[in-house]
Design a protein around this ligand. Structure first.
Ligand code: ZN
Length: 244
């Protein structure tokens, strides 16, 4: 099976379209989404609608939850709060039901799927110590997570050892070795923060035992124009140019 693994789309339709275009060439059978389909960007409904066209396995991110649960935005920065309040007003009834229906964790036969960690969807997994807390909860050899908007992975050779952290800012090919456990972050489609402004996603091939992380250029100015037209915070559209 070949899966596309997408995370943190954040209502950025030009970025999502660029990734979906690539998926035709990648010959994937299913799409995994690790949450935060909405929030920040100007196209929350379009992003939900486009994903639903596919054979999708998705989990709920903190922005997806806040978009349908008033009060959850109190944890957000002022600019993020402004975006989520706007998003909440835009969402169609159908997409409210869709986002509310998403589980906080899911599994395929081969992998765990979550937003931030295997014990708290809002937890940021940024270093080997934080990664170890999810690795010790795994019953399968691979777990995909998002939330930090950094493309990277952690590999653990033995249960008693700290995992090794590898960056994938420019893309990567991960060869999954028997006897090791992996925590893989495919990076963010719609708001990368790892210094590379290109959209990030992964292709996971369960037979070849590889995960490829790809970076795709997209029309950033188009995403910024949509945000400006929606009167969303300037700081949130400006950061797309820099991948921060
Ligand atoms: Zn996010």
């Amino acid at each position: 099976m070949r899966y596309a693994v997408l995370s943190d789309i954040h209502g950025n339709l030009p970025a999502l379209e660029a990734v979906l275009d690539r998926l035709r060439r990648d010959a994937v059978q299913r799409i995994i989404c690790l949450g935060d389909i909405v929030g920040y960007g100007a196209s929350p409904n379009e992003c939900c609608d486009r994903l639903r066209d596919y054979d999708l396995i998705a989990v709920q991110g903190n922005h997806d939850r806040a978009a349908v649960e008033p009060g959850e935005e109190r944890w957000f920065t002022p600019a993020a709060r402004e975006c989520i309040l706007w998003t909440r007003e835009q969402l169609t009834r159908r997409n409210q039901v869709f986002l509310r229906s998403l589980p906080t964790q899911a599994m395929t036969p081969e992998a765990h799927l979550c937003h931030g960690s295997l014990f708290d969807p809002d937890y940021y997994t940024t270093n080997p110590f934080e990664a170890a807390a999810s690795l010790e909860r795994m019953t399968l050899d691979i777990c995909f997570l998002g939330h930090t908007h950094y493309a990277e992975w952690f590999a653990q050779a033995g249960e008693s050892r700290l995992p090794v952290q590898h960056t994938a800012v420019m893309g990567a090919v991960i060869r999954l070795e028997a006897g090791r456990r992996y925590l893989v972050n495919p990076g963010s489609v719609g708001q990368p923060r790892d210094g590379n402004s290109k959209a990030s996603y992964a292709v996971w091939d369960t037979e070849a035992r590889t995960v490829e992380i790809h970076r795709v250029p997209y029309n950033i100015a188009a995403a910024q124009d949509l945000m400006e037209a929606a009167d969303l915070p300037w700081s949130m559209s400006a950061r797309l140019s820099y991948g921060t």
